[in-house]
Design a binder for this molecule. Structure first.
Ligand SMILES: Nc1ncnc2c1ncn2[C@@H]1O[C@H](COP(=O)(O)OP(=O)(O)OP(=O)(O)O)[C@@H](O)[C@H]1O
Ligand SMILES: [Mg+2]
Length: 250
């Protein structure tokens, strides 16, 4: 479904992503983790066709990000790390605006349904500039969900979102994957990644240091005799394991 093939990105002479390859299957939630500046947003931007790779290519349902940009834009939705909303428009009008960008017209019922998922149904007629930061984050996710994409690219979508809304969003993303949507997700929250992602890739300085399932990460940690403090399977343990496998402490 998503096939990232030896993709690289340089800014001037500075390499920020270096020959990264991975595949994401239909209906899978794939996590991308790594320290600040590791290249997560750059990779997501290349998949979302807003950043052009310097080398390599990415195929989504067989369409190349280099050659078939407009086809890809019809099947994907992108939640950027930076909030991208019309601040002077209402919540409802933002949802409608982004919905109507795609070919199908969005019904009022659908707008209300999405507003319910992001817990903004009481705020539909307020201007975005009047919302709190966390509410803007939730709306940032809502606008990506409105046109029913088959691939969702989400860059730290739950940053600054409260616990209750985070749970609702995480539950909904799980539901989307059950519906067969393919999701690429970044977060610094290990718990969130373990709750959501079937597989993950660990990035360090633009390169993938490990990719696989959480079970495979534990297995690899055993093989490399990575020592953890508490009982196996706990989030603290996983943080240690991912940091070692990702070489984030080097
Ligand atoms: N437009 C740009 N011009 C030059 N360098 C850039 C540009 N965009 C990103 N970079 C650099 O590319 C590297 C990777 O950035 P990126 O935003 O992909 O990291 P990230 O893993 O998403 O980090 P974070 O966790 O902070 O979001 C960083 O060193 C950053 O400074
Ligand atoms: Mg980023």
């Amino acid at each position: 479904m998503i096939d990232v093939r030896e993709v690289s990105k340089k800014y001037g002479k500075k390499p920020v992503v270096n020959k990264v390859s991975f595949q994401v299957n239909k209906g899978e939630i794939f996590g991308l983790m790594g320290p600040n500046g590791a290249g997560k947003s750059t990779i997501l931007g290349m998949i979302a066709t807003v950043i052009t790779p310097t080398a390599g290519d990415i195929y989504i349902d067989g369409n190349s990000v280099l050659k078939d940009r407009s086809k890809i834009r019809k099947i994907i939705s992108y939640v950027p790390q930076r909030i991208a909303l019309h601040m002077s428009l209402t919540v409802k009008d933002n949802l409608k605006f982004w919905g109507n960008i795609s070919d199908t017209k969005v019904s009022t019922e659908h707008v209300e349904y999405i507003a319910g998922i992001i817990d903004l149904q009481e705020r539909l007629n307020e201007r975005v500039e009047q919302l709190s930061e966390g509410m803007k984050r939730r709306l940032n996710i809502g606008v990506a969900l409105i046109h029913n994409p088959s691939v969702l690219i989400m860059d730290e979508p739950t940053l600054g979102v409260d616990i209750k809304s985070k749970k609702e969003i995480v539950d909904f993303i799980n539901t989307l994957s059950h519906w067969g949507k393919t999701i690429i997700y970044t977060s610094h929250d290990v718990r969130e990644i373990t709750q959501l992602c079937h597989r993950l890739a660990l990035l360090s300085c633009g390169q993938i240091m490990f990719s696989g399932s959480i079970e495979e990460a534990f297995h690899e940690a055993d093989k490399r005799e990575i020592k953890t403090s508490s009982a196996k399977g706990e989030v603290d343990d996983l943080e240690v394991i991912l940091s070692e496998l990702g070489e984030w402490w080097e």
